[in-house]
Design a protein around this ligand. Structure first.
Ligand code: ADP
Length: 396
């Protein structure tokens, strides 16, 4: 099944083409600075015939030009991998959230309207996706467009762990519940563990990047996650606060702060940036902490302590633990964070191999041979996760 996966950012479009079930990337391309008339950047790689292109200073004023540019290269006689776009069986999107549609769905008018209904829950993600999906539908009428919602992997969480203790009508009328995100990544990690170690497993997947979340997984199914209803929850993120007492907001309103000022504080100026005052990037924070910056060290400690608490909670939910996996930019690269978290959890049977944690191949085991819990670093690949979900749900 020929599947094109498209990752939409507010100013970027990224593409990967697969012929599933083969997970090799046939073609990959990226357009940055979509919206610019003279400074857009295009990079294109055809891994089948080695054709490549790197262009700068382009005029790509909207997603329409960004989509057409890629399709032109994809079907060109020199650079292309396809004779015609008609050969593409499905186009997959890592969509975030839609009211009432939490799984893997064909992007019909109803589903797009349901995404629009939750624009205020994911203001940075839903509007660009909706705009790009509409353009794809105009340019490629009749192609199957699929939204693999970031909530999809978590639809197996039992209701008692999804339900907030709020008036029940809010759940019924507005859909307020724990939804969870990073489904493409946690689903990919779960499939990797299954391929490597078999069908039965209790796993905690820690996706730690600019956005972070943990997921408790039992035999391939998500049974709990640190994200709640919106992306403003769970562990601290690069710029977002994560879990926070909801009554801080009316209290700050009472102190004279405006609502948009408060929201900016918790979704742009909060998180690792807010605590450290140094940066939203962990590399800068680790460097500052090593040089003695107290707030930078505090940000790292707050981050790790939150992860430790979720692992403890998920250990209880799972009734034990077989695998702890670190992934995402921080999970894959920060020996400091992995080390601090694992050293706090020796009593749960997590025994870190300090040398393996410090260095080694990108994909590796970092626990000792006799550790009851196997601790691994597995680089994530959300695009493969999306292509696999589409193959599982739409292959004829
Ligand atoms: P996003 O969630 O935006 O996709 P990534 O998964 O790429 O982000 O993760 C970005 C984060 O990974 C940044 O905070 C960055 O500091 C961190 N990171 C990347 N490399 C390292 C490293 N070598 N050491 C510590 N942190 C790192």
């Amino acid at each position: 099944m020929l599947i094109l996966v498209c990752n939409v950012g507010s100013t970027s479009l990224k593409y990967k083409l697969f012929n599933m079930p083969n997970t090799d990337i046939l073609v990959e391309a990226k357009i940055e600075r979509v919206g610019s008339r003279d400074s857009a950047i295009f990079s294109y790689r055809n891994n089948l015939n080695g054709a490549r292109e790197d262009l700068t200073g382009l005029c790509v004023p909207s997603y329409t030009e960004g989509i057409n540019l890629f399709l032109k290269y994809l079907t060109d006689s020199r650079t292309g991998a396809l004779q015609s776009v008609e050969q593409i069986d499905a186009i997959g999107f890592k969509t975030v959230i839609a009211k009432g549609y939490y799984g893997i769905h064909e992007l019909t008018d109803e589903v797009i309207a349901a995404m629009e209904a939750y624009n205020s829950v994911a203001p940075a993600h839903n509007p660009p996706y909706i705009e790009a999906i509409r353009k794809f539908r105009e340019i490629l009428p009749g192609r199957l467009l699929v939204g693999v919602f970031e909530t999809a992997f978590h639809t197996t969480i039992p209701l008692e762990r999804k339900m907030y203790a709020i008036p029940y009508e809010w759940y019924e009328k507005y859909g307020i519940q724990r939804l969870g995100f990073h489904g493409a990544s946690h689903g990919f990690i779960s499939r990797q563990v299954r391929q490597r170690y078999g069908e039965k497993y209790r796993l905690i997947s820690c996706h730690l990047g600019g956005s972070g979340s943990l997921c408790a997984i039992e035999d391939g199914k998500s049974v709990d996650t640190s994200f709640g209803f919106s992306l403003q929850t769970g562990i601290p993120h690069a710029n977002r606060a994560g879990d926070m007492d909801s009554y801080i907001i009316p209290f700050l309103l009472d102190q004279g702060l405006a609502l948009d000022e408060i929201l900016k504080g918790i979704d742009k100026n909060g998180g690792m940036l807010g605590v450290s005052g140094v940066s939203n990037d962990l590399r800068d924070i680790e460097e500052a902490a090593a040089a003695g910056n107290v707030r930078a060290q505090l940000a790292i400690d707050v981050f790790c302590e939150s992860i430790v608490k979720y692992i403890g909670a998920f250990y209880a939910v799972l009734g034990g633990l077989d695998y702890l996996v670190f992934t995402g930019g921080i999970g894959e690269n920060s020996a400091t964070v992995r080390g601090k978290v694992c050293r706090r959890l020796a009593h749960l049977g997590i025994r870190l191999d300090e040398a393996a944690n410090a260095a080694g191949p990108k994909d590796r085991i970092v626990s000792t041979g006799d550790s009851p819990v196997k601790v691994c670093i597995i680089p994530t690949n959300e695009e493969i996760g999306i292509a696999q979900d589409i193959l599982d749900n739409f292959a004829r």
